[in-house]
Design a protein around this ligand. Sequence first.
Ligand code: ZN
Length: 345
Amino acid sequence: MMEYDFGPKHPLKPIRLQRTEALLRAMVPDLVCIDPGLAEPEEIAFVHSQDYIEVTQSLSTGEQVPAEVLFSYGFGSVDTPPFRGMFGAALAYCGGAVRAAEDLLVGEELAFNIGGGLHHAQRSRASGFCVFNDPAISLMILKQRFKKLMYVDIDLHHGDGVQAIFEDDPDVLTLSIHESGKTLYPGTGFVEETGAGGAIVNIPLEARTTGDTWIWAFREVFARAVNWFQPEAIVLQMGCDPHTNDPLGHLAVTVQEWLAAVTLVKKTGLPILACGGGGYAIENVPRMWAAAVMELSGIEIPERAPDSIPIEWGVSAIFDADPGDRWIGRQEAERVVEYWKEKLV
Ligand SMILES: [Zn+2]
């Protein structure tokens, strides 16, 4: 998973995983952290087309392909350029998706794939730093046991890949709260996007929306969606880029406001597979994911990281200072909530 790396100038940095693991090991002495091994190409094919899998494999060995092929499979951009070893690195985070899903199949209530959450990958196209769509692979495997599944995406960006892969499947509800596609990649995720059986719920919020508005809108819509859909298990994508310091977006959510969404998902009491996702401020990601793992596991989160964690990582204070009431973006959020109040009955 550490080899999933688009280069030193790319915002997606594998060091996020290393520091998250180090912080978790320091805070949770009996943490069970396993190497899941690689996913099998047949497991990738649960979600992705054979031709796309083959192109990914060829590019990974450094093979040259015509520019039009590169572009048609989504590898022609600076966001998601092909790199040597890409195929194996992508199989690694998908291995986490498979193993975590298999744990839920045999009755575990909770499993994590922190190296995953690559929600933008489409069936036959790489997109937005994502080669294979591991949350979708987890959902496909979970269908062996659970009839109705809910995908909950609290990343800054719309979970467009997962939505597209399940848009015709009435047994998988995808719910995503994100900065509006009017101002941010991938430019989708509006309330009007509906799937077969109405199993798509989007909560787009304006740029500059603050965390008090964000968690209010999430609470209102998530509770109604759970009640309306009655899922049997949840896949939670925990992108931490809604944070106010994140360099890629324009939301202003604190650690504790973001974590409150994780708490609401936990309170459903359903089996949960939680994966990582976006998060580009390196001083945020380890503390937010460590806090989320502890919250979902029912472990009390300390105010401060242990002294063994280097001060220069910037994660010593787990939570942010309380910013007080801001309520920016509330009007637009109220419109979205009203929309879903009418639909989810
Ligand atoms: Zn993101």
